[in-house]
Design a protein around this ligand. Sequence first.
Ligand code: NDP
Length: 487
Amino acid sequence: MRAQPKASHFIDGAFIEDKAGEVFDCIYPATGEVIARLHAATPELIEKAVVSAARAQADWAVLKPVERGRVLRRAADLIMARNRELSELETLDTGKPLQETLVADATSGAEALEFFGGIAATINGETINLGGDFAYTKRVPLGVCVGIGAWNYPTQIACWKAAPALACGNAMIFKPSETTPLCALKVAEILHEAGAPAGLFNVVQGMGPVGRALVNHPGVAKVSLTGSVPTGQKVYAAAAAGLRNVTMELGGKSPLIIFDDANLEDAVGGAMLGNFYSSGQVCSNGTRVFVQSGIREAFLKRLVERTRVIRMGDPMDEDVQMGPLVSAAQLEKVQGFVASGKAEGASCLLGGGTPQVQGFEAGYFIEPTVFSGVTDTMTIAREEIFGPVMSVLDFETEDEVVERANATEFGLSAGVFTADLSRAHRVCDRLQAGTLWINTYNLAPVEMPFGGTKMSGVGRENSRAAIAHYTEIKTVYVGMGPVDSPY
Ligand code: NDP
């Protein structure tokens, strides 16, 4: 098998296997070929992961922060030096084309390690003047954190969680999605090589039950999940039982609003980026594209022209722009949404079918799909599809579109294309979303907070904002005397 790792798990600084764990296959989505066979973690391995993480964390937390930062920055350099190898593995794990993985996955992970490595030594508290007496605060680590990942960005998600956690002095146990188990093992290996002590970043594999066992473990202080809203609700509830901290990066059905005065090519390009990148498997995608009536015809014409020439094919060919979906189950789900769009009366302008990709007939490919004439009540306008399916909705006025854009339980992201910058800021103020873009879409640099409101999540990843979610404040009151006691 062409991507078989040395063992299923990386615990306490080494690859480890326990064949008693349930077997699951890792499949290359472009061909349906089994590329690795792994075992889910047994209770014994989960225990070993928690015990070794707790031991490593105690030593790591008392290191000088600048030394912790150095380890992370060294790991970032190693990732960049091995970007091609890691990107090829990410392509095998997810099916995303190499054209994307070379620039958006390991590189994004490395930037997170570099950023948090750089600020590790600046994570401080404050002094509070009490008029003679004073208090000071420290930002202290939480302890052992658990990261649970979705399958769309396995390397990036592992690094976006590990980098701030470790920078703040925590240890992390990461459980990848069973669909994409390979890349996080590489991150663990590289962190160890960069000098992270054994146990500081452990990877355990498995399905929901393994995630559940970690979330419920009394030795765990925090859970950061990237996943769907239903899983988020379950994990949040389980974490609440132990009063554990959480970060929840969940799903979305984000609005992308295009006003008449928008630059046409930018608006079309932004909508395509926000619906077709990674075959549409991006949480922040702007899948409800609201287009004002004056630009509608021109927008749809260019959208169809540009979508028609998207190159699908062998994900390892760097000229290929779109690969398959991640799994047969996801393909079936997306096909179901396409069928519902048609059945509920939307016009399918393009796509929706199975492309003929020579040599990859068994892959989970679906054509990029554009629906127009979509209304707010249609299933494709309400539910997260997680595939390359764009819904175009018409609107007339600013007030109307803001109200309709907000009429959803989700609140992850939103976008506005307009030449009128006052309007752009005004509309952003009124949109209920955690991360918004003006005249661009879906850029998520590590310097910028990322996360959702409403049902799309709790907490923020990236930027200095993440520090608050991986530390807690310890306050010390210093009495300068004399003690003013009434007794
Ligand atoms: P899921 O919610 O199905 O799974 C997420 C992770 O949680 C997986 O590792 C899964 O394991 C695990 N899990 C499932 N049940 C439990 C449980 N009861 N306790 C603990 N862990 C559990 O999401 P997908 O993997 O299908 O990913 C797609 C979703 O992720 C979309 O909704 C998308 O919007 C969201 N997402 C959000 C992002 C954000 O930053 N806001 C970014 C990327 C994706 P297993 O896979 O083994 O079942």
